[in-house]
Structures are given as C-alpha cells and as structure tokens.
Design a protein around this ligand. Sequence first.
Ligand SMILES: C[S@@+](CC[C@H](N)C(=O)[O-])C[C@H]1O[C@@H](n2cnc3c(N)ncnc32)[C@H](O)[C@@H]1O
Length: 279
Amino acid sequence: MPKIWPPIAFPINGCRVNKSVSKYYNGSDRELAQRYIRDIADIGTKEYYEAALAHRYGLYPEIPRIAAFESFKDKDVLEIGVGQGADHFMFAKGGASLSGIDLTEKHCRMTRQFLDAFGLHSNVLNGSACNLPFPSASFDHVYSCGVLLLVQDIEKALSEIYRVLRPGGTVTLMLYNKRSLHYLVKTRLYYGWMLGEDKAIGRQAVNDWYTDGPGYVRVYHYAPRDLKWIYKGFCDIAYQTSCLTPEQMPEVGLPLDNKASRWLERRFGFFLWGTARKP
Ligand SMILES: C[S@@+](CC[C@H](N)C(=O)[O-])C[C@H]1O[C@@H](n2cnc3c(N)ncnc32)[C@H](O)[C@@H]1O
C-alpha cells in the first residue's frame, strides 16, 4: 500500500496544500483512460473525448442538470479544479467566456487539449483554489466539482471565490456528503466498524480510501448544515444531493429505479451540491 498518511501540508501560493493531492493527480493523467475508456480511442483524439463525456454523464447524469452548463452563454465563468476537462468543455460548448484553474499542470494541459480538439478556448491557469490569480469581481459564476473537498483551508478558498465574484454572482460546489449512505453506512458502519478496517488501517485512511480507492488522498466530508459556514457572507444558500449506488448498502444493495431510491438519493446521496449567491 502506498504510504500516504499522515499527509504533509506545504504552502503553495499562500495556501496549505496536501502534498499527496498534487502528487496523486500528477500521476493520474491517464487514469480515466486506464480505468474506463480502454480500447475505445487514443487519448487526445476526438473519439476519446466523446467517450470520456459519454462515460462521465452516463455515470452521473445529474451533472448537466445541476451545473446548468448551457445557461452561462457570454457570462464570465471560472471553474476551479478543471481535472481532465469534461465539465470545462461543457461550459465552453455552452458559450461561456471561460477561465479555469488546476493545481496540477498536467490537468491544465489535458483540459486545454480537450477544448482545442473541438476548436474551443479557455484561459486555463495552473494555481491553487486558495489564491486565485484573477482580479476581484471578475466572474458571474464559479463552479467546482469534487475539488474543495481536497482543500484543507476551505474557508480561504471560499473567501477567494467571494472576492472574484461580482455582486449577484453565483457559485456551485460539489462536496462529499457526510450525511450520506456512502459515508455513514458503507464507509463508517460496514468497512470501518463491521469489517474492522478502522483498526487495521485507521479511521482516516478508511474515509479516504473508500471514497475513491486505495491510496486516495486525504478528503474532507461535509454535512449539509456545514454549508452555512462554508458560504459565509453569501445569500440564497441551497443544496441537493445526488449519487446513490447499490454498494452504498453493502450486503443488501439498493433498488435504483423506484420512488424510494430517488427519495434516498435526494436526501442521502454522496454528492452534496451547494449553491449560493454573492449579495
Ligand atoms: C477529483 S478531481 C476533480 C476534477 C473535475 N472537477 C471533475 O469533476 O472531474 C480534483 C481536481 O482538483 C485539482 N485540485 C486539487 N486541489 C486543488 C487546489 N487546491 N486548487 C486547484 N485545484 C486543485 C486536482 O489537481 C484535480 O485535477
């Protein structure tokens, strides 16, 4: 098992960043291809990107609805943690005037290449969520999916988002839900306690590794009520949850297509989507 605990925090652009985060993502540029899109197409081709989009929105069909990619035409949009570029491409395709940032230079490059392949453009910069290299009041919308849950100083990141938003600007974040079946039932109850993994590898490693696989970096989970302090100074705070999969109820499973499961997904899904507006 790779040694990732305890994490080492070091300052990048004025923000304490878990060293294992940049190390992990620097080493994972082919991860999507290796894990999911084998045999379909070579990375960097249009076919590859189309397969990546089909894969992502097949797995998470709620993302386009929640992110509302199409509704930011001609608006100034910033995505924090562009990753391998799928959501960034969707904003660009929807006509947003787009900027992006990622801690990992490799992911910046991959995202630029993704957009280039379709003749689209964004100002993608290498940097940290905690020190955004953009002037104050320069965006109408900030979006970040699965990124601030990796950031130790989430309050600093939110103060930066507040700064770069114009008054009336909006923010959508996806964090991991601490009040989810994934966290409470699968991670804590089943693996942590019943299978004794807390004792074997430690509670924190159980939380991290059962989120995204063995060796995954330190993650932070948040309850819906945490959005109140996370979105300090913002108004119109709202949330919804998504992502319910059968293995979130180990040994039992979950029916995925009935009223009850949709109800569960809306209340106890693993993805906590919070939106807010700068007054
Ligand atoms: C789980 S991936 C999510 C990528 C993409 N948003 C998605 O939904 O597929 C996390 C991404 O955030 C980036 N990241 C992690 N910490 C960051 C930080 N402090 N500032 C900016 N980007 C960060 C990583 O390099 C990686 O590309």
